[in-house]
Write a protein that binds this ligand. Structure first.
Ligand code: SF4
Ligand code: SF4
Length: 242
């Protein structure tokens, strides 16, 4: 958590609107930080918001504190992928990584948002629901979420991670196309049980006719169009086998 030096703070309030999760409020005469909400994103420190430099970075002593910062500061480099961001390199580059094969559908469930954030206990609820429906989650060496799961097969979270509040995190996994409808239904059901929001990315390969049969499932479930698509190919590496 960031620290406010009460001897330096003038109580000007300039820092308050910079915090996207409303973790800063005004005390009697100085700014105060809500430790349950602060994600260690460092926006308030990095941008030199405070003219008298009363806000500074606190120590990230535990793995979980470092993890919260990693998932909340977009300038960080993740140990999982070696690139800035939250570890979606494999999903975005499926044409060359080949993680999702023909007949399979990959899921990238992007939980939380600036201005909202997400509690990891809510992430666990969703991870448990989709794994029960057949989604196989990505392990920790490619997906940051995998690093704090106690059981990849059930989506169970490590107890020490459940109370973390982060800006956003992505649940990544895949399943055979035949099970994708059940996973989507599980997502629809659990969406009413969480206090944050998520967006959904589906990773799939075209069939011989160039169609994406998995998209029909979205229509069957009444998920409204338009379904926006994105194609990444090449990247200077050979295409993976389908
Ligand atoms: S901007 Fe600095 S001086 Fe002003 S309230 Fe925030 S911490 Fe205090
Ligand atoms: S580090 Fe980020 S979340 Fe924490 S008080 Fe500063 S802006 Fe808010």
């Amino acid at each position: 958590m960031v620290i406010v030096d009460r001897d330096l703070c003038t109580g000007c309030g300039t820092c308050i609107p910079y915090c996207s999760v409303k973790a800063i409020s005004m005390g009697d005469s100085f700014a105060q930080i809500d430790s349950r909400k602060c994600t260690d994103c460092y926006v308030c420190v990095r941008n030199k918001v405070c003219r008298v430099e009363a806000i500074s970075k606190g120590p990230l002593e535990t793995f979980y504190e470092q993890y919260r910062h990693l998932l909340s500061d977009p300038t960080e480099t993740t140990a999982a992928t070696g690139v800035p961001g939250r570890g979606t390199e494999e999903a975005k580059t499926n044409d060359v990584s080949g993680r999702v094969r023909s007949g399979e559908i990959g899921f990238a469930i992007d939980m939380g948002r600036p201005g909202m954030g997400v509690r990891m206990s809510d992430v666990e609820k969703v991870a448990r629901a989709v794994t029960a429906a057949g989604l196989v989650l990505e392990p920790g060496h490619v997906s940051p979420l995998g690093k704090v799961l106690a059981d990849l097969g059930t989506g169970e979270m490590q107890p020490g991670a459940r109370d973390l509040f982060v800006l956003s995190v992505i649940i990544e996994g895949k399943c055979p196309e035949a099970r994708a409808k059940g996973v989507l239904q599980a997502l629809q059901q659990v969406s009413g049980e969480i206090e944050s929001v998520f967006s959904l990315g589906l990773i799939m390969r075209p069939d011989r006719e160039g169609d994406f049969s998995g998209l029909k499932i979205l229509d069957e479930l009444g998920i409204p169009r338009p379904h926006r698509g994105k194609v990444n190919i090449g990247l200077g590496r050979p295409l993976a086998e389908p």
